[in-house]
Design a protein around this ligand. Structure first.
Ligand code: PMP
Length: 437
């Protein structure tokens, strides 16, 4: 065990590091990676399903095609061959783009960090969904913004709330949203809301950051137009290959106006000079054939089965006053439990029962989500998901009369439809969760 020592530099750190503290949940994540623990916590793509021969072929093709370029530094914007490939990927989601407007980043996560760096001064207001992707809160948080939190319901961000805030005089630097199968809530912004958001922000000259890691992981229903396609000059689109190929290659990107692109490239060069040439060019080769599409179909089938198994298990085990979302794609179900449940306090006991999840407080800048949790269905097998959901059912205080974590006898019931995603305001709890990703 590490010895306690006095930090000699305590007075020297920049003020922004105060917002970088990790929660106690971090310790539990080490436990959650034990093989006997069912992790419904991390959003880990099911990379075991990728045939290793396809990956090896991409590596070998990259070496054949690009030679030592794969081993060299590249330009800050990223290799043009990959940018062209990414333009093709975006076209499949209805987004037209020019490779010159794409900046390759070290995962979408770096794109979020660089966008925070170029847009946020300390104290600036930014608009985020509530709940929001924890990694975005971490990335933006380092630049010390204030948050305008816009609630979600089953149709995604409640754009009327943003509109109302703008009428009241709020002027966020940007609006951040994950419109497709969002992280953590799993909900998808409706077509009407998209149109309204795109028009509202365009009219007010407030850029939208559209983060779309899960768009190609649709289980059912029709794809909806990307915000970027609705207002190309006012939307910065962020993409990643983490969910369609591999998070290990750390290839993401931003698509933006030239003025933004130039600033992003400068910020990127300051951060890491360039992304890994090797990873970029292997990714380019992986996406060049047709096999990756078959692999993606296999992944989607597996995630759909995971989602179904999770929804069934929730209906079977969770207390009747709970609600949860029904994602049409992606990785996550968002659960709102009765008010007597504190998911953060409950987590230690859950890990003892060999299951882990992420408490809701992680997904708000502060003080909300105490009775909420994010459950990920992307990684464990369907049987493990079922087991894990059963074990993560909250133990009740003695007077409430239902649901124990054994909960098997609870019987099936219809899933209640969540209207608003019911955040509960409680002071104090902070959500700097290191949960990945
Ligand atoms: N945005 C969202 C909404 C995510 O869920 C993730 C990954 N969990 C990321 C960005 C970052 O993805 P990556 O850096 O792996 O591309």
């Amino acid at each position: 065990m590490a010895e306690l020592s006095i930090d000699r530099f305590v007075d020297l750190y920049a003020a922004r590091t105060a917002g970088m503290s990790a929660s106690e949940v971090r310790a539990l994540f080490a436990v959650a990676s034990r093989p006997d623990v069912v992790s419904l916590a991390g959003g880990m793509p099911n990379v075991q399903a990728l045939p290793s021969e396809d990956v090896l072929a991409a590596v070998s093709n990259a070496m054949d095609e690009y030679g030592v370029t794969t081993l060299q530094y590249g330009g800050g914007q990223g290799h043009v061959a990959l940018r062209q490939r990414l333009v093709g990927l975006m076209a499949e989601e209805g987004v037209g783009a020019d490779p010159d407007d794409v900046v390759v980043t070290t995962g979408a996560q770096q794109a979020l960090d660089l966008l925070g760096k170029i847009f946020i001064d300390p104290g600036d207001l930014i608009a985020v969904e509530a709940p929001a992707y924890v990694g975005a809160l971490t990335a933006f948080g380092a630049y010390q913004p204030r948050y305008l939190q816009i609630d979600l319901d089953d149709d995604g961000m409640i754009v009327e709330q943003l509109e109302e805030a703008l009428v009241q005089g709020a002027r966020p630097k940007f609006v951040y949203t994950v419109p497709n199968f969002g992280n953590p809530a799993g909900v998808t912004m409706s077509a009407t809301r998209r149109e309204r958001l795109a028009a509202l922000c365009r009219g007010a000259s407030i850029p939208i950051i559209e983060d779309n890691p899960y768009g190609m992981l649709r289980f059912e229903g029709q794809s909806l137009s990307c915000l970027r396609a609705m207002a190309p000059d006012n939307v910065i689109y962020v993409g990643t290959v983490s969910k369609v190929f591999s998070p290990g290659v750390r290839v993401g990107w931003a698509l933006a106006e030239q003025s933004v692109v130039q600033r992003l490239v400068l910020a990127k060069e300051a951060a890491d000079l360039c992304s890994s040439s090797f990873n970029m060019l292997v990714t380019e080769r992986y996406l060049s054939g047709e096999r990756w599409r078959r692999n993606l179909e296999t992944l989607i089938d597996a995630y759909r089965s995971g989602r179904d198994s999770m929804l069934e298990a929730l209906a079977e085990h969770f207390p009747p006053e709970s609600t949860w979302t029904r994602p049409a794609g992606g990785f996550f179900v968002w659960v709102t439990l009765p008010r007597w449940v504190d998911t953060q306090t409950m987590l230690a006991a859950a890990v003892e029962r060999r299951v882990a999840y992420v408490p809701g407080t992680a997904f708000y800048p502060e003080g909300r989500g105490t009775n909420q949790m994010r459950l990920a269905f992307c990684f464990p097998t369907v049987d493990r998901i079922r087991e894990g959901v059963g074990r993560s059912c909250p133990t009740k205080p003695s007077s409430t009369g239902h649901c124990t974590h054994e909960g098997r006898g609870a019987g099936r019931r219809t899933q209640p439809r969540a209207r608003r995603l019911a955040p509960i305001r409680t002071p104090g709890a902070t959500g700097a969760c290191p949960a990945r990703p």
